[in-house]
Design a protein around this ligand. Structure first.
Ligand code: SF4
Length: 496
C-alpha cells in the first residue's frame, strides 16, 4: 500500500492530535468506530454556507476531487480582483488547504475560518496556523487571521443579522507565532506516517481531546475487562494518570486505594462488580424520598432540539427548544393516564407546547422528572418567554421532584448501574432483559439525540415518512415516562 504524506488541514489537525490516527486511517481504517454524528457535520455545512455572505458578494471555488483545479480557479478569482473568495484553495509541497473565506484587505488578504461552535478552541488556532503557513508558503500576503464562530448571546429578532449572529476573533498573533512550530509538526507527522510497520503509541488524554478518537477501542484492546476507564465520574486526566502509573484494573485500584485517594463511591462501584454483590437498599432513605411525593403524580419528560442558526424569534444559537413531551399521570391506586404533545414539524413549537403543558398539569400537583434540572430549565425559559403563562409554568417548576435522587445518593444501589445514576444504566439494572423497557426494540428513535435529529430534519421528508417519524417519536418519548413509572414502582417494592 503506497504511503500518503500529503496533508490537508483536517489531516494536519488529526496528526497534531495524534499521528497514529493518520497511520491507522491509512493502514487499518476498518478499526475506526463512528464518533462524529451526521448532525454535527450538517450543522457545520449550514453555518459555513451562511457565513460566506458575511462580507457581501463572494466568488465560490466549487469542490473538485482534482485539487489543482480548485487552486487554479482560486488564482483566477484573485487575478480577476475578487473581494471575497469562499473555499479559496492553496497547495504547496504536498500541503493543501481550502480557506473558508479569503477576504481582501488592502494589498493583502485575511484568512477567515468559520466554525459552527460558539467559542474559540486551541485546535481551531492550530487549524488557522496551518492555513497561515500554507498561504505564506504560496506567496500570499496574509494580513489577518480570524476565527468566525457563532455568537451564543445573539437572539434572533426579525431578519437574521449575520453581523450579530457571528463573532470574529482575531487570531493573527497566535497563527504567526506558531509558524516555525507548524513546520516542525508537519515534519514530525510525516516521519511518523511514513513507517509501514505499526508504530507504538500508548493511549493518553489526546485520545479524548480535542475530539474523541475513533480508534479508542482498537488502541485500548490490551485493557482488562474492568479498568480505571470504567469508573463513573472520574476525570479523564486522573484516569490516564493512574493508567500510566500501572494502576489499571479494579484489583490494582483497590490495592492502591489509600495512596490514590479513591473515593468511597468508586470503591463501592468496583467491589460490587468484583464480588457480584446483590442490590443494596437503604429503606429509610427511600421511604423519605417516597414520602415527599403526592398523588396523582405527573411523570414528565421533554424532548428538545437545537438550531445552530436560530429560525424563530427569541431564540439563540444552540438554545434548547422543547418540541415534545410525554406525561404519565399515576394515581395512588397505580392506574395510569397518558398525555403527550408533539409539535408540528417546521413550526416554532414553544407556545403550543407551553399552553398544552399548563392544561395537562393542574396547579399544585406533584410532578416528577428524572434529572429534573433539565426539565426545570426548559420550563423556566418558557415562563420567561410567555409571561401570561409564567404563573402556571412556575407552579409546575416549583412542585417538581427528581426521581434520580435515590440513585444519585446511592439509596438504591446495584452493581449493574456501574457507578452511574443516569437512566441509561438505572433502567436496565432494575429491569434486565425486559423487552417492554428495552429502547433497542423501538423503531427509528432510540435516544434523545436521535429524537432531536429526527424532529430537526422532519420537514425534508414525505408526508408518509413524516407520519412514521412522528409515530416513532411518540413511542420513544412515551417509553421515557413509562420507564419512570416502572422505576418508581421498583423503589416502592424495595421498601415494602
Ligand atoms: S486511540 Fe489514542 S493512541 Fe490510538 S490513534 Fe486514537 S488518539 Fe492515537
Amino acid at each position: 500500500m503506497s504511503l500518503i504524506t500529503d496533508l490537508s488541514k483536517s489531516r494536519y489537525c488529526k496528526g497534531f492530535q495524534c499521528p497514529k490516527m493518520l497511520w491507522l486511517d491509512h493502514f487499518k481504517p476498518e478499526e475506526a468506530e463512528n464518533v462524529l454524528s451526521e448532525t454535527v457535520m450538517e450543522n457545520g455545512n449550514l453555518v459555513g454556507d451562511l457565513a460566506r455572505s458575511y462580507f457581501g458578494e463572494y466568488s465560490l471555488v466549487d469542490f473538485s476531487y482534482d485539487k489543482s483545479e480548485m487552486t487554479a480557479k482560486t488564482q483566477k478569482f484573485i487575478d480577476a480582483g475578487a473581494e471575497n473568495i469562499a473555499e479559496a484553495a492553496f497547495m504547496t509541497d504536498g500541503l493543501y488547504c481550502a480557506v473558508d473565506i479569503l477576504h481582501k484587505n488592502g494589498d493583502g488578504w485575511d484568512i477567515v475560518e468559520v466554525k459552527s461552535s460558539t467559542h474559540l478552541t486551541d485546535i481551531y488556532i492550530e487549524d488557522m496556523s496551518f492555513q497561515y503557513y500554507v498561504l505564506k508558503n504560496c506567496g500570499i500576503n496574509v494580513k489577518r487571521v480570524f476565527n468566525m464562530h457563532l455568537n451564543a448571546f445573539y437572539v434572533k429578532s426579525g431578519e437574521l443579522d449575520l453581523k450579530g449572529l457571528f463573532k470574529m476573533e482575531d487570531c493573527t498573533e497566535q497563527a504567526a507565532a506558531n509558524y516555525d512550530r507548524v513546520a516542525e509538526t508537519i515534519g514530525a507527522i510525516r516521519d511518523y506516517i511514513s513507517v509501514e510497520a505499526e508504530p507504538e503509541r500508548d493511549i493518553d488524554t489526546y485520545c479524548e481531546k480535542p475530539y474523541e478518537c475513533a480508534y479508542k477501542k482498537y488502541c485500548g484492546r490490551h485493557l482488562p475487562e474492568h479498568s480505571v476507564f470504567d469508573l463513573a465520574g472520574m476525570q479523564a486526566k486522573t484516569k490516564y494518570k493512574h493508567y500510566h502509573n500501572g494502576i489499571v484494573s479494579y484489583e490494582d485500584l483497590l490495592a492502591n486505594a489509600k495512596q490514590i485517594k479513591l473515593s468511597a463511591k468508586h470503591r463501592r462501584q468496583m467491589e460490587a462488580i468484583l464480588n457480584n454483590a446483590p442490590d443494596e437498599v437503604d429503606k429509610p432513605k427511600i421511604n423519605e424520598f417516597l414520602g415527599t411525593l403526592t398523588y396523582p403524580l405527573y411523570h414528565l419528560d421533554f424532548e428538545t432540539y437545537q438550531q445552530p442558526v436560530p429560525e424563530f424569534d427569541g431564540i439563540s444559537p444552540y438554545q434548547q427548544i422543547p418540541f415534545q413531551y410525554s406525561l404519565h399521570i399515576e394515581h395512588e391506586d397505580g392506574t395510569l393516564e397518558h398525555r403527550e404533545f408533539l409539535a408540528k414539524e417546521g413550526t416554532d413549537p414553544r407556545r403550543a407546547l407551553a399552553e398544552q403543558l399548563v392544561n395537562d398539569i393542574p396547579k399544585g400537583v406533584c410532578s416528577l422528572a428524572f434529572n429534573m434540572s433539565f426539565e426545570k430549565t426548559v420550563i423556566k425559559r418558557l415562563a420567561e418567554t410567555f409571561p401570561d403563562l409564567a404563573d402556571a409554568l412556575m407552579d409546575i417548576h416549583g412542585n417538581m421532584h427528581d426521581l434520580m435522587i435515590p440513585f444519585k445518593e446511592q439509596s438504591y444501589y446495584s452493581a449493574a448501574m456501574q457507578g452511574s445514576y443516569s437512566i441509561k444504566y438505572v433502567l436496565p439494572a432494575l429491569y434486565p432483559d425486559d423487552p417492554e423497557l428495552d429502547y433497542h426494540n423501538l423503531e427509528g428513535v432510540h435516544n434523545g439525540s436521535e429524537a432531536s435529529a429526527a424532529f430537526a430534519e422532519m420537514t425534508s421528508h414525505t408526508p408518509e415518512e413524516i407520519a412514521e417519524i412522528r409515530a416513532n417519536l411518540l413511542k420513544y418519548c412515551g417509553l421515557d415516562t413509562y420507564a419512570m413509572v416502572k422505576v418508581l414502582r421498583k423503589l416502592k417494592e424495595a421498601v415494602r
